[in-house]
Design a protein around this ligand. Structure first.
Ligand code: FUB
Length: 345
């Protein structure tokens, strides 16, 4: 349900039809990255606020300043807000826009990976460290060398290697890195530098992490998504091409790369036998929610698989005031994922 239809929405009825309710409703939360650490569920979301910024297609109204970690003892227990885990004022290189984060654990330490805009107006990705999954996190003095764009998602493979997937179009600036360096022309249009419809779509990126999880151990590479004929998805295929919100999980020896299609508002997935891809488009996981953005993670908890996602139903459609929700997903025998409608008929 894209934003242009919200004038006609009866939010009371919509909330009755919603397949799940916000996990917390005392603050706005979005972009949930969920993990199980030491048997407990931890959700690393964006913390949405209304900072009074004007709306634009570069997402300036997403002016978040800090992160809170949400924890749950089990899927049936209360979701706890553990307070401020990291604030932009404590990150030397970051000026604003603390967008979708992720986290991971290694050797008893916890790492928060987060994008933010630097004082030069360029999005980069940083790391902050804690002894606890709920923080507080101490940021590294500089962003990850060679990082750019937004929406980091860190996946730990079965062999113990960690990979970061990242990238996002329009306000996420991925299109401005097409040549390998940042295109600094004063372009205010979000679609400047986007490939033509008949050209290959921009790819999200993958980079293996160093052993200490603080840097990339290689140059970021393209994560290519193929159609059913084995051809890369085209830029004009906006119902299927990657826009933002990368996430990777593994199920039955397949890597699932899931993502948002942005301006068409779907959460989709593609499958591969290799963490680097190429991935073959598989279908939709979630149909459009209330609010422009859609962003999710997929996490196994006690043998069941859950989709953590967000919508703007609590704020009655305010696109930058979102709420994290969770619902179970199911797989078909062939490994495909059953598409969910966020609101029942
Ligand atoms: O929360 C800010 C941005 O909105 C995220 O980085 C995107 O994925 C979208 O959800």
């Amino acid at each position: 349900m894209p934003e242009d239809s919200i004038d006609h929405v009866d939010f009371n009825k919509l909330n009755e039809k919603a397949i799940s309710q916000p996990l917390v409703n005392h603050i706005y939360t979005a972009d949930p990255s969920a993990h199980v650490f030491n048997g407990k569920i931890y959700i690393y979301p964006s913390h949405d606020i209304d900072a009074g910024e004007a709306f634009d297609d570069l997402g300036s109204h997403f002016a978040m300043e800090d992160y809170h970690v949400i924890s749950m003892d089990s899927m049936n227990s209360e979701a706890i807000d553990n307070g401020v885990a990291l604030h932009v004022d404590d990150v030397a290189w970051a000026e604003k826009q603390m967008w979708a984060p992720d986290a991971h654990e290694k050797d008893g330490k916890f790492y928060l990976f987060f994008p933010a805009k630097g004082y030069d107006g360029i999005f980069r990705i940083g790391v902050a460290i804690s002894d606890s999954p709920i923080g507080p996190f101490t940021p590294q003095p500089k962003a990850i060398k060679g990082s750019f764009s937004i929406d980091p998602a860190v996946f730990k493979d079965d062999d113990g290697e960690y990979y970061m997937y990242f990238g996002g179009l329009w306000g996420g600036q991925l299109q401005r890195w097409r040549t390998g360096t940042f295109n600094a022309t004063q372009e205010t249009s979000p679609t400047a530098h986007i490939p033509e419809d008949h050209e290959q779509a921009l790819s999200p990126k993958i980079a293996k992490m160093t052993d200490d999880l603080l840097e990339f151990s290689e140059e970021p590479k393209d994560v290519v998504i193929l159609d059913e004929k084995g051809n890369p998805l085209l830029s004009g295929d906006t119902d299927r091409r990657f826009f933002e919100a990368a996430w990777v999980h593994k199920y039955n020896d397949n890597y699932y790369f899931s993502y948002s299609t942005g301006d068409t508002h779907f959460i989709c997935y593609a499958m591969s036998k290799n963490p680097y891809g190429p991935f073959t488009y598989g279908g939709r996981i979630l149909n459009p929610v209330v609010g422009w953005t859609s962003h999710h993670s997929i996490c196994e908890v006690e043998g069941k698989w859950y989709l953590f996602y967000h919508d703007s139903s609590l704020s009655k459609g305010i696109t930058h005031l979102r709420s994290v929700k969770v619902t179970e997903i199911t797989y078909n025998k062939d490994g495909s994922i059953v598409t969910l409608d966020p609101y029942t008929e």
